[in-house]
Design a protein around this ligand. Structure first.
Ligand SMILES: Cc1cc2nc3c(=O)[nH]c(=O)nc-3n(C[C@H](O)[C@H](O)[C@H](O)COP(=O)(O)OP(=O)(O)OC[C@H]3O[C@@H](n4cnc5c(N)ncnc54)[C@H](O)[C@@H]3O)c2cc1C
Length: 342
């Protein structure tokens, strides 16, 4: 195993798409599961906290920074591990770029991840918040994943059912946060075409552009085009995509809200709960397009906060508090932040 370079006092904003926050006391980069395990183990042995970082597109850093070691995951790999007439199962290194993998897999004619095109970040982060878009989420295709378990000090395999997947949630950001360093994921994709019904915005784009042959690549191209129009490019305008999760409320609460807000959009989540687009709530609360403490509520998608001129995490925190309070005062709905904090 190569000796790992460890750097000290590294500004985290250079590694996070929100471009805010303090420094990491230590930082290193790993390119294999053994290196990742060794870096976590060394940290634990020295009583230092570790944090695994992918592309930094779903993390925000506090101003005081991180008094531990940030381990940047660059573990590569692409391996077909099973192939039959209906499906192909592939194992992907956790440090691979997610969208490059989606491009490769859809290019192979496989269905299952095409609607999750153009999501920034790494493969290994995808299970952490059960990434999803346009009706697909990683929980639908993930068979298992491999990870370093810092509790048992072993490389382990977790099956899909072990991951506790829910809407933008898993054990990796829930009660087991910080325990596992994911080194690879195994997903099963299908040799059939994507099937409608598609998300409304996607179907609208397909219809408007006369696309009737629903190949994985056609869906990928459509999703990429829609997202390009709706989401700011983090390289040009610092952001973390959706800054808030969509709100999940009880159906009785939705019935009450519909009396005042008959147009409030909602998606059924079983018999008792419904999902409300938080972007709609923020827009109706009158905040779309506003700039609060240097953070702009994106004028094309109110779920996104752009760091226009905020100089610190505390600016972001002040903007966040105002948005949460305004939505709560208007709708009595408590909205939650999506990105994790370091
Ligand atoms: C413009 C834009 C659009 C976006 N659109 C979407 C979208 O449509 N849907 C969606 O779900 N998300 C979206 N996101 C959020 C983000 O891209 C995803 O959450 C992505 O999976 C994060 O990947 P990352 O490598 O950047 O993770 P990071 O931000 O580096 O890390 C995120 C979390 O995962 C943990 N983590 C990362 N790698 C590992 C690992 N190997 N092992 C253990 N823990 C790990 C980190 O510790 C951290 O807690 C968007 C973000 C942006 C900026």
């Amino acid at each position: 195993m190569a000796v790992m370079d460890v750097h000290t006092n590294i500004p985290l904003k250079n590694y996070l798409t929100m471009k805010l926050g303090g420094s990491a006391r230590f930082m290193t980069t790993v390119t294999s599961s053994d290196e990742l395990a060794a870096a976590c183990k060394n940290a634990t042995a020295q009583g230092i906290r570790f944090f695994i970082l992918g592309g930094g597109s779903n993390v925000i850093a506090r101003d005081e920074g991180f008094d531990g070691i940030v381990i940047r995951n660059r573990i590569l790999g692409f391996e077909i591990i099973a192939d039959d007439s209906a499906s192909t199962t592939v194992k992907l290194g956790a440090g691979e770029n997610w969208d490059e993998m989606v491009a490769k897999l859809t290019g192979m004619g496989l269905t299952g991840v095409e609607a999750m095109s153009a999501i920034p970040g790494t493969v290994g982060a995808a299970p952490v918040q059960n990434v999803g878009a346009y009706g697909q989420e990683i929980a639908d295709t993930l068979v298992s994943l491999e990870a370093y378990d810092s509790v048992s000090d072993k490389l382990v395999t977790l099956q899909n059912a072990d991951c506790g997947f829910a809407y933008r949630h898993s054990i990796f950001r829930g009660d087991q946060a910080g325990r596992y360093g994911i080194t690879s994921i195994t997903i099963r994709l299908y040799k059939s075409s994507p099937q409608p019904p598609f998300y409304e915005a996607l179907q609208k784009y397909l219809d408007e552009n006369g696309i009737t042959l629903y190949t994985p690549t056609a869906i990928r191209d459509a999703v990429t085009a829609i997202r390009k129009d709706k989401l700011p490019d983090p390289k040009l305008l610092p952001n973390t995509g959706s800054f808030f999760k969509n709100a999940i409320i009880e159906k009785w609460q939705l019935d009450e809200l519909h009396k005042t807000w008959p147009d409030m959009p909602s998606f059924d989540l079983g018999e008792k709960q419904a999902k409300i687009p938080t972007g709609w709530l923020i827009e109706q609360a009158g905040l779309k397009g506003q700039v609060l403490h240097g953070m702009k509520i994106h004028d094309k998608n109110a779920l996104v906060l752009i760091n226009e001129s905020a100089s610190s995490y505390s600016d972001l925190a002040a903007a966040r508090s105002e948005i949460i309070a305004k939505v709560r005062d208007t709708f009595r709905i408590q909205i939650e932040q999506e990105p994790l904090e370091i």
